[in-house]
Design a protein around this ligand. Structure first.
Ligand code: EPZ
Length: 429
């Protein structure tokens, strides 16, 4: 298994291009199931999760062709996917695929909407929390689906087609909003989704669906009104920039010091995280086509943060902020309110010398600590990248194992950091 070796202590200076958002590319790719015509997606990041999803979709009958060179001269332009689901040949999503990537469970809504039936494996366990799917099923049942759980599979049927309904989510869920939204666009009549997630990736999916002929209003708000249509057409859509990658690199610069232009991204996608960085004393300047991040005056100031659904501080940046706060002079607190087990990086950061106390959902970080290089293990995607940030500031050598977690969601991570002066390399093995 590959490992990453970092020699810490170098500031970051230069330009980092931000890729298309993984968490938008996944539902957008799934949306191809809704039409027999071609959906063209631009700026798709080349990531293990996206590649796995395309394998799952091929199984359902989606034909994929890819263009856009990624290596060398073509810079970081994302790939262009042409996805055509002329016929759905199989409405089953098997366990061995869904269990490897939870977002593939979101094929349930579109398959049901288009074919009137679907058999999708329950996703199973997850490292960061229990992550049930009750809200997905509740929403689809409200649209008239008959749902049974059998042998670990969700068996869903709507022989006469789905019917529009009012769905009030008792809790904000990104996945349930994606799933039920994709089902509702082909339901008869009007669906209203209340307390829907407002993450920019939901807006990106809804915008693309509208380009395909769906009729969705209220994009960007927590109430989505959907007038069902009988079929969707082909369309072309560009995946929005990855706000989590943006925030991650901003925090890396804030930790190491230096000045980096994060290119092809926008401050509007992550205001809460940017505000926290500003509160911590990091200089952030929006520029045309990017964000300049500068940290010249020693370490950041401590902050107190609670993770929340958008527009609050994202749980997907919690681990990275924790690594950064080991650099702050004083005590910081981070409360994780979205996932109950998303602190697995704490023990690994402690191996590097961090002083972090855990009490239920609250982490208290005492700084400033001079981290020291060690061998650490990646546990999930965002936890892994927090170890990279810690490694960049630690004295000496840090090696991170199980880096396949990083490959799920960060495109060309080492290259982007190396281009800004970091000493980071991948060790094959
Ligand atoms: C999405 O996961 C993201 N994944 C996650 O990013 C992100 O951390 C999460 O939203 C929160 O922002 C993708 O977009 C592919 P949820 P999702 O449904 O949709 C509970 C990453 O690293 N819940 O919004 O699975 C759930 O347990 C990943 O890129 C129910 O109780 O998250 C959690 O506590 C990790 N019942 C909360 O809601 C349900 O039916 C929010 O989960 C569904 C969710």
């Amino acid at each position: 298994m590959d490992r990453i070796r970092i020699i810490g202590g170098q500031p970051l200076n230069g330009v980092i291009p931000i890729s298309g958002a993984k968490n938008a590319a996944l539902p957008l790719t799934i949306a191809s199931l809704l039409s027999s015509e071609t959906l063209t997606l631009k700026n798709v990041p080349n990531l293990a999760d996206v590649n796995l999803l395309t394998r799952i979709l091929r199984n359902h009958g989606v034909d994929l062709s890819v263009d856009g060179k990624r290596a060398g001269s073509n810079g970081y332009l994302g790939e262009t996917f042409h996805l055509t689901a002329r016929d759905i040949v199989d409405t089953t999503a098997p366990y061995d695929m869904v269990s490897r990537m939870r977002a593939s469970f979101w094929v349930l809504g579109p398959l049901l909407g288009r074919c009137g039936e679907a058999k999708v494996s329950l996703p199973g366990g997850c490292a960061i929390g229990t992550r049930p799917v009750d809200l997905h099923l509740m929403g689809l049942e409200a649209l008239g689906a008959d749902i049974r759980i059998d042998n670990g599979y969700v068996l869903a049927k709507a022989p006469g087609g789905l019917k529009g309904a009012r769905v009030i989510f008792p809790k904000v869920s990104v996945g349930a909003t994606h799933n039920v939204l994709m089902a509702a666009v082909l339901a008869k009549g009007e669906t209203v989704l209340e307390n829907a997630a407002r993450e920019p990736e939901i807006g990106d999916l809804a915008t693309c669906l509208n380009k395909m002929g769906a009729r969705i209003e209220g994009i960007g708000t927590s109430t989505l009104h959907i007038q069902g249509v009988t079929n969707l057409e082909g369309a072309t859509h560009t995946v929005l920039p990855d706000r989590i990658e943006t925030g991650t690199f901003a925090m890396a610069v804030a930790a190491t010091g230096g000045e980096v232009l994060l290119k092809d991204t926008s401050i509007d996608l992550l205001e809460s995280a940017i505000n926290i960085l500003i509160e911590a004393g990091v200089e952030i300047t929006p520029e045309e086509g990017g964000i300049r991040v500068r940290q010249m005056n020693g370490g950041p100031s401590p902050v107190s943060v609670e993770t929340q659904p958008f527009p609050g501080f994202p749980t997907d940046l919690q681990a990275q902020l924790m690594a950064l706060m080991t650099r702050a002079e004083g005590t910081s607190t981070i409360r994780e309110t979205i996932f109950e087990n998303r602190f697995m990086h704490v023990q690994e950061l402690a191996r590097l010398g961090a002083d972090i106390q855990l009490n239920g959902e609250l982490a208290t970080i005492r700084g400033r600590t001079q981290l020291k290089g060690a061998e650490v293990m990646a546990t999930d995607l965002r936890a892994s990248v927090s170890l990279v940030i810690a490694g960049l500031v630690a004295e000496g050598e840090t090696t991170i194992s199980r880096v396949y977690h990083l490959d799920r969601g960060f495109e060309r991570l080492e290259e982007k950091l190396r281009n800004c002066g970091a000493s980071i390399e991948r060790l094959a093995g």
